[in-house]
Design a protein around this ligand. Structure first.
Ligand code: UFG
Length: 338
């Protein structure tokens, strides 16, 4: 089985490539290296013993995308990660988000249609729920207006897939991730954002090693027990496993609907302060932090009802919050010492 993984050198993409190769799939990665480095291929190879095929390509270029698909008509499935993904950055630079996330998705889908391919897993996000009122969030929770351009690209991305499936026999699984963190236990791959990180965990670990002076905690006056935002953190390897299971469901034609959506989260919420304290416990380091103003686009709280993924995909999260932070910390130390 040959699977295309777009954005396969990124954080979630690379961990998913490892799990796919470990299950015997052949993988072709497309990545434009805009937020990932080529050395990730070495990491994947050292874990799995196999170097995936790699094509450097900008998915916004329709001509190049069609050329790729024309010579890869034997693909059995596609996992589409390639996208920009930071809520905060999308508020500052919305056009980057609309261009990257829409052009790439549209080009991939229309090339699939052109060359008769019909199976795709789409990286979606809990952001499609906006600020849900009822926690934990179920998949049938109504989609609310997005609070950020990034969130909007995920909502509309889902709609584009749904619309195409009305006129083309597409089978798609939308995986709605909560907050993926952590790193592979081998410490060969992890999260390596280029430049100043927008996400919480790399900011925490970079502060702990001294690359950043202090962590800014965005707001402590939310409607949550300690006033800081609550999120559902999920270990990236557990998330990768959900992709392999979703892909197997499509490849084995077990899906009951053309489009299926699954929440992928631990099912438990932790506040930013709880996370900081858990990190301090795991690393033995006292973290420098300051409470600052709220960050535009943030929701108060979001955590998943993951029953559907457990029951239908046979998936379950296996890692604790301490495991997640421990692996993220080991990865950061490795990056700094290499
Ligand atoms: N945070 C800080 N300081 C930082 C960075 C983050 O306090 O320097 C806080 C944020 O305010 C938020 C929490 O840490 O409360 C997590 O923030 P991240 O940026 O790591 O992640 P988000 O929750 O913003 O984003 C995640 C997923 C998105 C998804 C979104 C939905 O990465 O894919 O949740 O809310 F869309």
């Amino acid at each position: 089985m040959k699977i295309l993984v777009t954005g396969g050198l990124g954080f979630i993409g690379s961990h998913t490539v490892v799990e796919l190769q470990n299950k015997g799939y052949d993988v072709v990665i497309i990545d434009d290296l805009s937020n990932a480095s080529i050395e990730v291929l070495d990491g994947i190879e050292s874990i799995t013993g196999k170097r995936p095929e790699f094509v450097e390509l900008d998915l916004r270029d329709k001509h190049l995308v069609y050329e790729f698909f024309k010579s890869n008509k034997d693909l059995d499935g596609i996992i589409h990660f390639a996208a920009s993904k930071a809520v905060g950055e999308s508020m500052q630079n919305p056009m980057k988000y609309y261009e990257n996330n829409f052009f790439s998705l549209i080009n991939v889908l229309s090339a699939m249609q052109e060359y008769g391919l019909d199976k795709i897993i789409f990286s979606s996000s809990c952001t499609v729920y906006g600020q849900g009122k009822v926690m934990p969030i179920k998949e049938n929770e109504s989609v609310k207006p997005a609070l950020s351009p990034y969130g909007n690209t995920k909502q509309v991305g889902e709609e584009i897939i749904i619309d195409l499936a009305k006129v083309y026999p597409l089978n798609a699984i939308l995986l709605r991730y909560f907050n993926p963190i952590g790193a592979h236990e081998s410490v060969m791959i992890g999260e390596s954002p280029l430049g100043v990180p927008y996400n919480l965990i790399p900011y925490i670990t970079q502060t702990a090693v001294g690359v950043r002076e202090f962590l800014s905690i965005y707001g402590d006056d939310y409607d949550t027990p300690d006033g800081t935002c609550v999120r559902d953190y999920i270990h990236v390897v557990d998330l990768a496993d959900a992709h392999v299971r979703a892909l197997a469901r499509l490849v084995n034609k077990e899906n009951t609907d053309q489009i299926e959506a699954f929440n992928v989260g631990n099912g438990q919420g932790y506040s930013v302060l709880e996370l900081v304290h858990s990190f301090e416990r795991v690393s033995g380091i006292k973290l420098n932090y300051k409470i600052v103003d709220r960050r535009p686009g943030d929701v108060d709280k979001a955590w998943a009802d993951n029953t559907k993924a457990r029951e239908v995909l046979g998936w379950k999260p296996t890692k604790t919050l301490d495991d997640m932070l421990d692996s993220a910390w080991k990865w950061e130390q490795k990056v700094r010492n290499s």
